[in-house]
Design a protein around this ligand. Structure first.
Ligand code: ATP
Length: 266
């Protein structure tokens, strides 16, 4: 479904004083090769600064890859012209850590979701009944009471706001969802509800997802496969349980040792 071949995203940065012409390169993503199957949840883990966000933004075509190939269902996105790339933007949707920041505070749930639905189905703009039905279906699917559709984000709890953000991400019927630390800002009890919602959605809609987290226990719960990223490279990749029980790379072992309870559990 999604293939990455030797993807590199490098940022040139000026070195030293204002008038200097010397340039350094930050190799934020440095030769990533990965594939994600239809309906798979891939966990992407690594410390802050290892390149997870840059890799997501490169996959979503928000920043151009310096080198390499990104193929979505046999379309080589890296070879497309800018206006052609735009057509594929809806195929990728993101869920962020802070739903409050990602939702427009001045828009009701209905406006937020209907705007996202009509990006994919513009004709629905003229059919309020069908649009409302689609909003209700999305809200129910994400465990939200549709009678709250005229409410604003601040009128919901943190967990419910994340459900709205998830519904918003699903609305344009994306091919891939990238969830960037989607439960890190939530209370532990709410975290599991949101993780279970994501698992239910994957089961019901065959969602394909990259789940980014620094929390390995969360990733283990959700992901089929795990990619461990370190200094712009994938240093370990494999089935979730294998990576947890028999980590091969020293960096993965270090990450696992940082959570001792996980080792005793395994
Ligand atoms: N636009 C940019 N220009 C220059 N350097 C950048 C740019 N964006 C990211 N970087 C650098 O690339 C490296 C990877 O950053 P990135 O944000 O992708 O890491 P991350 O793993 O997502 O970190 P975090 O978990 O803190 O978000 C960092 O060293 C960062 O400073």
């Amino acid at each position: 479904m999604l293939e990455l071949k030797d993807v590199k995203t490098h940022f040139p940065i000026k070195k030293g004083l204002i008038f200097t012409k010397q340039v350094d390169t930050v190799k934020a993503v440095n030769g990533v090769t990965l594939s994600i199957a239809d309906g798979e949840i891939l966990g992407l883990v690594g410390e802050s600064g290892c390149g997870k966000s840059t890799l997501s933004r490169t996959i979503m075509q928000l920043i151009p890859a310096t080198e390499g190939e990104i193929t979505l269902e046999d379309i080589n996105l890296t070879s497309l012209r800018k206006n052609e790339v735009r057509k594929h933007r809806l195929d990728f949707q993101m869920i962020f850590q802070d739903p409050y920041a990602s939702l427009n505070p001045r828009m009701t749930v209905f406006s937020t979701l209907s705007e996202a639905i009509t990006q994919r189905h513009p004709k629905l703009r003229k059919n309020k009944t069908k649009l409302t039905e689609a909003v209700i279906t999305l809200m129910e699917r994400c465990g939200l009471d549709p009678s709250f559709m005229q409410k604003y984000p601040h009128e919901f709890s943190g967990g419910q706001r994340q459900r709205i953000a998830i519904a918003r991400a699903l609305a344009p019927e994306p091919k891939l969802i990238i969830a960037d630390e989607p439960v890190s800002a939530l209370d532990v009890s709410i975290q599991s509800q949101i993780l279970n919602l994501l698992l239910d959605l994957r089961r019901d809609l065959n969602l394909t997802m990259i789940f980014i987290s620094h929390d390995l226990s969360v990733v283990r719960y959700l992901a089929d496969n795990i990619a461990v990223m370190h200094k712009g490279e994938i240093v370990e990749y494999g089935d979730s349980e294998r990576v947890f029980n028999q980590p091969e790379h020293a960096y993965t072992k270090r990450l696992l040792e940082a959570i001792p309870h996980l080792l005793t559990e395994a």
